[in-house]
Design a protein around this ligand. Structure first.
Ligand code: ADP
Length: 291
């Protein structure tokens, strides 16, 4: 069932959360020969952090970017989000080049990024409000997404009144409520305790199964990648590049069961072996990179 919410000359279309086959035709991401340089904090010379990187993410796919700290995972995610312009190369989503941030690409950060002076409901309602929904309509959508992330009673509370796990659920709900075609997640569960992380990972897969959005998920945890991904892209450092890709064929609905623990651990072990070889390449004499 769908309802069109409109206001202020713009419109916000609210569809039922149940996945429909056509949803999987949206959210195809193409990263083409992307490179990024930062200026060195000491002498302001350009330092290559990423690339060239080329990869494709299919509509509805759950892709994990995995690699050691500093290999450029977050940089690549921010470039896909349109929050950074790459030094070279392009990102194309559904045939359209990314030139800046868009509601079609929602980002979930590690540190929640909730507005502390707004209630949880108002935080989640932000996307629909910006898209033109009335306050009442946006609150209705917010309540639906809060229910989806398992906190239907939390709408009137403020972020500081929530645990870390609940804050991250609220942040996920806020990003989902803006109806992005592509969900970009930067180590979203790294700051919560291990037990809560397990619950949130399983909930995320449940939500993804219903919304069928494309997900690009950054992690440095091989276990997390093995639990979540359709495909894992292992990145190497110095500057960050695609080292290897691993399709993960275990059915998602089985991965959290005790019976599947051994098979998930086998996938994690293969990923670990790849990550271990993704070490920084040492500069040759004269400054060029070897390897
Ligand atoms: P990852 O997410 O894999 O840990 P990042 O994308 O955060 O890696 O960083 C990639 C490289 O770029 C690292 O060497 C990091 O030190 C460098 N870097 C990241 N942000 C900046 C910045 N704002 N200025 C300078 N260097 C940066």
């Amino acid at each position: 069932m769908a309802s069109a919410l409109s206001g202020a000359g713009r419109s916000y279309r609210h569809d039922s959360l149940a996945a429909t086959p056509d949803k999987c035709t949206l959210g195809r991401v193409e990263v083409k020969e992307v490179c990024h340089e930062y200026l060195s904090p000491t002498d302001k010379t350009p330092v290559a952090a990423l690339g060239p990187v080329s990869l494709q993410v299919s509509a509805g796919e759950f892709l994990c970017l995995l690699g050691p700290s500093g290999c450029g995972k977050s940089t690549l995610l921010m470039i896909i989000a349109g929050l950074f312009n790459p030094t070279a190369g392009t990102v194309v989503v559904d045939g359209v080049a990314v030139t800046g941030p868009s509601r079609e690409r929602g980002v979930v950060f590690q540190d929640y990024a909730l507005l502390p002076w707004k209630t949880v409901r108002s935080n989640v309602a932000l996307g629909p409000r910006l898209a033109g929904a009335s306050r009442r309509e946006a609150n209705q959508v917010a309540d639906e997404f809060l229910e989806l992330v398992g906190m239907p009673q939390a709408g009137d509370r403020y972020p500081h009144e929530l645990s870390g796990g609940m804050r991250q659920r609220a942040a996920v709900a806020r990003t989902l409520a803006a109806k992005p075609k592509v969900l970009l997640m930067d180590e979203p569960f790294a700051a919560v305790d291990a037990q809560t992380r397990g619950v949130l990972q399983e909930e995320l897969i449940g939500i993804w199964a219903r919304t069928a959005q494309t997900v690009v998920f950054v992690t440095h945890s091989v276990e997390e990648a093995a639990l979540l991904a359709d495909r894992v892209v292992v990145m190497s450092t110095g500057p960050g590049r695609v080292q290897e890709e691993f399709p993960v064929t275990l059915p998602h609905e089985d991965r959290f069961s005790r019976e599947s623990a051994t098979r998930v651990a086998e996938v994690a072990a293969s990923l670990l072996a790849s990550v271990r070889t993704a070490q920084p390449r040492r500069p040759r004499r004269g400054g060029s990179w070897s390897g």
